[in-house]
Design a protein around this ligand. Structure first.
Ligand SMILES: C[S@@+](CC[C@H](N)C(=O)[O-])C[C@H]1O[C@@H](n2cnc3c(N)ncnc32)[C@H](O)[C@@H]1O
Length: 461
């Protein structure tokens, strides 16, 4: 490392920096450092000086990112059926790895059954999961520890299973103990909806890549004998990717769901709820690597960082705690993007199918929410029908011809006791969660969701 680079103490971070430096195209701002926090894990903070708007914090070349393109091209190094232009790809990869492929390398056999067409059928998630499983977990076993992947310094800074323990889909798919059942039972509606959506995606991707793993099990001896064990690795890797992917167009793909990349070091940046203030990503398409990928950099936004130790943040999107928990396994205090999904409570108050059909025809059936100081318009329309039982008046309200005041005080008379009752239920959920033994990080996040909900209710009462 050159002398103007930051002084990092963690051996894994030092190795990562060395690996990135070898690219000759890596930049890290000398004023930043990596720190470790017991709750949020590692993060990046200001070491000294101050950062100016638009100043580059980190820049990572395309060659050192993991995405559909790099995985495809790396596999092509071991299988000419995958590389369309063998000489081009070989040059690219061999420059990076700085070594020739050993003819005994098990990856020649493992990747040998693929063709480019087969791999192109996989989504980014599926291919990257397979790739990381092979290079990170299986290669050391297949080669009796003799071969380590060139990507190892990046794998070494991946989060452990424990660090991702708070993701509800993991409770459902990888645990069967009583705590996990209670935690799932305690999920509020919005979290539960996210959990079910993500669990389906995970299971779908698992079903797609499982045949490859079965083939590898027959092909190579490995201590991971059963598909159940493979599944646990797969879920861990799935959420490593999910919690670290950043939007970037990928040349071989056209579906926006495939447009992401994993960028070492940038993935140390923790989330902040403010949108548009902190750091932002920028892709330099003119600085392309041998894979046709641009350089990924992070620049400083309008927030001023000028105190030593200031944590440097990225906003992952305008996300509620329910979303953050489901996708990344954490929640935040004072999250202004929180909302309560009141759909089950409001829907259960409708007993007449004609009312349900009527709201449906208006486009106002379901999706009833409450946020800080605000009941959504959809919710008010539904509640107006409940109190006035008049389709014509409700329709007028939905079209904006009459105001919500027209239905007062009856709507407030219905909403207030509903919210008071929900608040009591949330308090009792928090007590139930606190009584669980262990799972401190999961309990903290789940309680945080309910505390955010209680704030929302208080602001509406
Ligand atoms: C892109 S990584 C950020 C680096 C991460 N802290 C680490 O140790 O590698 C995203 C993960 O960091 C954690 N995280 C990010 N922002 C957080 C926040 N505001 N509070 C708590 N945890 C956070 C979550 O575990 C999340 O899945």
């Amino acid at each position: 490392m050159s002398s103007n680079e930051p002084n990092f103490s963690d051996a894994k971070v030092i190795q990562l920096l060395q690996w990135l430096n070898d690219s000759g195209e890596f930049y890290i701002n000398p004023k930043i450092q990596v720190f470790e926090d017991p709750l949020s894990g590692r993060g990046i903070s200001l070491k000294h000086g101050s950062l100016d708007k638009n100043e580059v914090l980190i820049a990572i070349p395309g060659s050192h990112q993991i995405n559909f393109e790099t995985a495809l091209n790396w596999i092509g190094k071991f299988n000419k059926k995958v590389s369309t232009d063998a000489s081009d790809i070989t040059n690219g990869v061999e420059c990076l790895s700085g070594e020739e492929i050993d003819e005994d390398d098990p990856r020649i056999g493992a990747y040998g059954a693929f063709t480019r067409d087969i791999l192109n059928e996989y989504s980014s998630f599926q291919l990257i999961c397979l790739f990381i499983l092979a290079e990170w977990i299986l290669l050391p076993q297949w080669s009796d520890g003799k071969i380590v992947s060139w990507w190892k310094p990046f794998f070494d800074i991946f989060p452990s299973n424990d660090e991702l323990s708070s993701i509800p889909t993991k409770w459902r798919l990888t645990r069967s103990d009583q705590n996990s059942k209670t935690l799932l039972d305690c999920l509020p509606t919005a979290s539960s909806t996210h959990e079910q959506r993500i669990s389906e995606l995970v299971l779908h991707d698992w079903a797609t890549i499982k045949p490859v793993l079965q083939k590898w099990t027959e092909q190579f001896p490995s201590p991971i004998a059963s598909m159940d064990d493979f599944f646990l690795y797969f879920v861990h890797i799935y959420f490593i990717i999910n919690s670290r992917c950043l939007y970037m167009e990928v040349p071989s793909k056209s579906d926006v769901r495939d447009f992401f990349t994993m960028v070492p070091f940038v993935d140390y940046l923790n989330h902040v709820n403010d949108v548009g203030l902190h750091c932002f990503p920028s892709i330099n398409k003119f600085k392309k690597s041998s894979y046709g990928l641009g350089e990924f950099s992070i620049r400083v936004g309008s927030h001023r960082y000028d105190r030593e130790g200031d944590e440097i943040f990225l906003n992952y999107g305008a996300h509620s705690n329910d979303f953050l928990l489901a996708e990344y396994g954490f929640s935040t205090s004072n999250n202004g993007w929180n909302y309560i999904d009141l759909t089950p409570e409001i829907c259960s108050m409708f007993t007449d199918p004609k009312d349900i059909a009527f709201l449906d025809s208006l486009g106002y059936w379901q999706d009833y929410t409450l946020s800080k100081g605000e009941i959504s318009y959809r919710t008010l329309v539904a509640i107006s029908l409940l109190v006035c039982k008049d389709h014509r008046k409700t329709e007028k309200f939905s079209l904006g011809y009459i105001s919500e005041n027209y239905f007062e005080p009856e709507t407030s008379d219905l909403i207030k006791p509903l919210l008071q009752n929900m608040k009591l239920q949330y308090i009792s959920q928090v007590q139930k969660i606190r009584q669980l033994e262990g799972d401190a990080w999961c309990k903290r996040n789940l309680s945080n969701l309910y505390e955010g909900y209680i704030d929302i209710i208080d602001s509406n009462l």
